[in-house]
Design a protein around this ligand. Sequence first.
Ligand SMILES: [Zn+2]
Length: 344
Amino acid sequence: MTQTLTIPRPDDWHLHLRDGAMLAGIAPESARHFARAIIMPNLVPPVVTGADAAAYHGRIRAVTGAGFTPLMTLYLTEATDPADLVAAHAQGIITAVKLYPAGATTNSASGVRDFDRMRPVFEAMAEAGIPLLCHGEVTDPEIDIFDREAVFIDRVLDPIRRRTPALRVVMEHITTADAVAYVHSQPENLGATITTHHLVINRNHILVGGIKPHYYCLPVAKRETHRQALLSAATSGDARFFLGTDSAPHTDDAKESACGCAGCFTATNTMSILAQVFDDAGALDKLEGFASRNGPGFYRLPVNEGTLTLEKTDTPVIYPAKIETGAGPVTVFDPGFPLYWRVL
Ligand SMILES: [Zn+2]
């Protein structure tokens, strides 16, 4: 008998849609399966005001149509006006605010250097119930790239949590056992997103047998023990862990270069990969929580009314190796193992 799994339509709580020809080429890949997504604001220039967010929302909807709801975020800078931010949230223009330490990842040059200066903004956000979404890596050149998440927790995140305990925080795309442990140590107003690719790859996948630019992302994948910790968290049923794919397209020429860009593009096959990973872990019954229920729970939004059905097949499902866009081809993440689950 064919095995199927029907879940409420999933959401993606961390997504990069870019702009222009890239947006037009890749947004349908997310809209096909996901009902909503938290849209990252790291465009060039970044989305820093409510007006920027409203305009970007319009450009996304022009591509996806009304069946997909982009939940907009603002890019926090040291010049962010708390009043604009609170007003944009009150009007329903934005859902959350993204914190990038300056220089942490793609297009993050405008990010925050002095976290103490942001305290009035954090206080205003706590008061209004606006979540702060953290790219959790320090950018101190003295800190090893594999340690940057753990050091961020100690140096930046924990002090913010202590000074503004009512602030609702999401640790984005966590990659370490340290981050999982930190979530467990904190009250319910701290959540964490986990990507598809960090459940699949460790740093060997990037570096052993030749460098694999399409597995390079930030935060960079860590050693296998950390991947195991992420897998345990995602499949545990703990409502503070939910899906944020961090699907982040770059054209192949930008990835396959002497200085390749960071990002894995997983929008196309994420639900198949997750079903396979959860099935292999004996935790298929936890996929619904991770992909469809825990995120809305944290964001205080209703679970989607529509459904998505996955079917387990006898022969592996083949996804396109690349998505052709007006900006150039984008390689779809290859999990490196066969996928027997497909979305109906
Ligand atoms: Zn991201």
